[in-house]
Each structure stands twice: as structure tokens, then as C-alpha cells.
Ligand binder design. Structure first.
Ligand code: ATR
Length: 284
């Protein structure tokens, strides 16, 4: 009976066990496969992962703070994991560990259309931003990146076919009119903002400039709409919320492990149920 898990620290509030278990049930695999949450400290990560195959695990998702370590421990890593430098999906097979990054295909699958030929602005330069920038560039979008810490913007741009941008000196905001796709891959919005407009200020976005020409993706997911999503909707933009990307990355992981097509709608429902009943939001 193959076991699966999400490895995180903390992990108690992860939405993945509810989402993945619902999918396994719907696929008729609940009697064969299990999916659980394992709280693993960074110090114990390597030891725990190496013991998983013996414990009957066929694979695991890695979430904060383990995505880099998951990539580093693998014997084989996919092109996406290598380029991004992080992995969220491990598979154990005949004493080898394979690493994949399904955050990248998960983002693309969550978009209403292929981003090829579009201009995209990615906000952030952490692991989530690297996955977004790489995925969009792979799909043929032209990618610009802004991050609060400039040195990290430049590193990401150099390594991942993106261009660095800075807010215009005169308006102190990013010129969103130049882009069709805007992706928030920072953690801004995760905590409820203290003041209306504070999140958009942190992101240097001029809310009034968001229009129906934009597709706005917020990788942050909370039980209520983020300020960025609210501003995007108010401007008439199309939106993709973080929970849809979560569902799609989870589905991509399940596809790798089970080689079967996961039930996306069931996974969406499981997430809604969990967030509506007051679960705290968490990555993965
Ligand atoms: P992840 O792996 O999920 O991407 P991370 O590596 O901790 O997480 O990245 C968090 C991102 O949110 C970073 O880009 C961070 O900017 P810095 O590189 O300057 O730290 C960004 N971030 C966090 N708080 C922010 C804030 N108040 N304003 C702007 N950006 C913020």
C-alpha cells in the first residue's frame, strides 16, 4: 500500500492532505494509497527523506521550508527543478530519489490561456517567483521581474531569462500598462493588511492602472480575497487565485505518482470546504 505525504515545518495547516486524499478517494485508490502530513524540521529533513522508501512511501510533496533541500537530496532532478533550484515533488523508486517541480506546470495549468507571446511581470524573487518566471519564459512569455531586494531581482533575471524592472521614479510605482500578465509571487497578502492599500503599496502597484487587459495571478491564498485580487476585479481584470495554482500543482504531483488523471473539481471542492471551515492557510 503506497504512502504519500507532504513534508513541511510547520505542516499542520497544510491543505494538501485533505485535497490529495479527496482525489485518491474519487480515483478509487483510497484503499491502496494514503496521503498524510509529516512535520519535519530542517535538521531532520535528509534523514527522514532517506527513511521514507523503507517506510512504504512512494513519494512526497515538499513545502516550506524544504523545497531547496528536496532538490538537493535528489539523485535525479527534472529540468524544471534544476532551473528553479527547488523541488516540491519527490518520487522514490529502486533506491533512487527523483525530484520534480510541479509549481511551474501548476501555474501554467491554472491560467485561462497559454501565455505565449505575452508580457508578464513577476513580483518576488524567492522560490515561488523563480518557478513562475521559469514557467512563463518556457511557455514563450516575455518575463520581467521586480523584487523588494534588488540584488535578488538581478540574480533571478540573470539565471532565468527574465529582465529586472524598478518602479518609475516619478510615480514610485511599476508601470502595469506594459504587461498583460501580473503574478504576485511574494508573501505580501498572506497576513491581513493593516490598512486598505497597504499590500498594493508594498508591491508598488497602482491599483487604478489594472484594467480588463490584465490577467492577475496571486499565488498567495487566503480564505478571503487578497487585496491584489480585489483591486484586479475592481479594474475589470481576469484573475487566477492561489488556490487554483495549489490544486493544479497537487494534480501534477498525483499524475507523476499514480500515472492517472486526478479529479480537479473534487480537489477544488476539498480546498473550498477546508478553507470555509476555517482552516489556516499555508503553502502546499
Ligand atoms: P517563497 O519560496 O515562497 O518564494 P521566500 O523565498 O521567502 O518564499 O520569498 C518571499 C518573497 O516575498 C521575497 O521575494 C520577498 O522579498 P525580499 O527578497 O526583498 O525579502 C517578498 N516579500 C516579503 N515581504 C515583502 C514586503 N513586505 N514587500 C515586498 N516584498 C516582500
Amino acid at each position: 500500500m503506497p504512502r504519500l505525504a507532504v513534508l513541511g515545518h510547520p505542516v499542520a495547516h497544510s491543505l494538501s492532505p485533505a485535497m490529495q486524499s479527496a482525489a485518491l478517494r474519487e480515483m478509487g485508490l483510497a484503499g491502496e494509497w494514503t496521503y498524510e502530513a509529516l512535520d519535519v524540521s530542517p535538521e531532520d529533513f535528509a534523514k527522514v527523506v532517506c527513511g521514507l522508501p523503507e517506510g512504504g512511501f512512494a513519494g512526497a510533496n515538499a513545502t516550506i521550508p524544504h523545497k531547496r533541500a528536496a532538490f538537493e537530496i535528489a539523485d535525479d532532478a527534472s529540468e524544471a527543478a534544476r532551473a528553479i533550484g527547488a523541488a516540491n515533488t519527490l518520487s522514490f523508486d529502486s533506491s533512487r530519489i527523483a525530484a520534480e517541480n510541479t509549481d511551474a506546470p501548476g501555474l501554467i495549468a491554472a491560467l485561462p490561456e497559454r501565455p505565449s507571446g505575452q508580457r508578464a511581470l513577476v513580483l518576488g524573487a524567492g522560490g515561488a517567483a523563480r518557478a513562475a518566471a521559469w514557467a512563463l519564459a518556457q511557455e514563450g512569455a516575455a518575463v520581467w521581474v521586480w523584487n523588494r531586494t534588488r540584488s535578488k531581482t538581478e540574480r533571478l533575471a540573470r539565471e532565468l531569462e527574465a529582465r529586472p524592472v524598478e518602479p518609475e521614479a516619478t510615480h514610485r510605482s511599476l508601470q502595469v500598462g506594459r504587461y498583460q500578465i501580473i503574478v504576485n509571487a511574494t508573501s505580501v497578502g498572506l497576513e491581513p493588511s493593516t490598512r486598505e492599500g497597504a499590500d498594493l503599496k508594498h508591491l508598488h502597484l497602482d491599483a487604478d492602472s489594472l484594467t480588463d487587459n490584465h490577467l492577475v495571478v496571486d499565488l498567495v491564498y487566503t480564505s478571503t480575497q487578497t487585496e491584489l485580487i480585489r483591486a484586479a476585479l475592481a479594474g475589470g481584470a481576469r484573475i487566477v487565485e492561489g488556490r487554483e495554482v495549489l490544486v493544479q500543482q497537487g494534480a501534477a504531483s498525483l499524475r507523476i505518482w499514480t500515472k492517472r488523471e486526478p479529479p480537479i473539481e473534487t480537489m477544488r471542492r476539498a480546498i473550498s470546504l477546508k478553507t470555509e471551515t476555517g482552516a489556516v492557510e499555508d503553502d502546499g
